[in-house]
Design a protein around this ligand. Sequence first.
Ligand SMILES: NC(=O)c1ccc[n+]([C@@H]2O[C@H](COP(=O)([O-])OP(=O)(O)OC[C@H]3O[C@@H](n4cnc5c(N)ncnc54)[C@H](O)[C@@H]3O)[C@@H](O)[C@H]2O)c1
Length: 272
Amino acid sequence: MKKVGIIGCGSIGSEIAIAIDARKINAKLVALFDAYQDAVNTLANRLKTKPDVAGNIEEFVRSNMDVVVEAASQGAVRNYARMVLQNNHDLMIMSIGALLEKNICDELASIAEKHDRRIYLPTGAIAGIDAIRSVKHLLKEVTLTTTKNPRGLEGAPFFKTHKVDLKAIKKARVIYEGRAEDAVKLFPANVNVAAALSLAGVGGNKTKVRIIADPKTKVNIHEIHAKGRFGEMHFQVKNVPSPTNPKTSYLAILSAIECLRSICDDRISIGT
Ligand SMILES: NC(=O)c1ccc[n+]([C@@H]2O[C@H](COP(=O)([O-])OP(=O)(O)OC[C@H]3O[C@@H](n4cnc5c(N)ncnc54)[C@H](O)[C@@H]3O)[C@@H](O)[C@H]2O)c1
């Protein structure tokens, strides 16, 4: 049975821990870490089988684990991913936006190779990554259009430089149009899907992102349009937000749980 550690005890980390605790994933949860001590304690109190609670990242990476799940933030990927791999743990990354930064993907891949480790990037809150990967070399154009309630966009760094009164928006309005590479920095908690799509397809420089704020929508909508010599693809998902974090789609949590379940269990691998 694989031994799992989780960094980040918010919406995604908590649901994964609860799924392991309920034996929906064939794994043992051995360690938790969060910069916010209350988050770890609240989660640990909800679990029947108590994992170790690490006081700092150095203590956490020394735990006896097979797989570490990062469900914290892009900063956590930047600061801890190398350390996790160097301490001989596989790594599942949720804050995929961090991987569009120059060279980090290649650097992590080379550390993983040196330590014979694997890095897993779950599909997250979208669909179609399997198909995009298959036609990667034939793609001409990939666009992601994300529509969210303005509440789900609050606090994004984009609004420090762009004066937009989200509360005053009365009908659907395009807030951002540009490269995925920039979108993941300006909306780090919202468009991890843009990063997953970029890495699977034509990269963060060529993948286009449009973000729409729509006060009438209660769901997070992600639409992918891809064109190339293979033909054309269109995927749309309408996600209910996580009850504990409106920025995170419920599908992202379910995708993370399924990805970890498959890492821990599958003899037959379904899909590309
Ligand atoms: N891949 C996807 O499709 C997808 C979808 C949704 C969210 N995400 C990303 O997954 C991550 C977790 O999402 P969530 O909804 O659970 O967030 P959340 O805000 O509910 O929880 C994050 C937790 O991580 C902790 N944390 C943040 N930075 C940390 C650090 N540097 N060190 C230690 N702890 C840290 C916070 O204290 C918090 O308890 C976010 O980065 C989010 O953007 C990815």
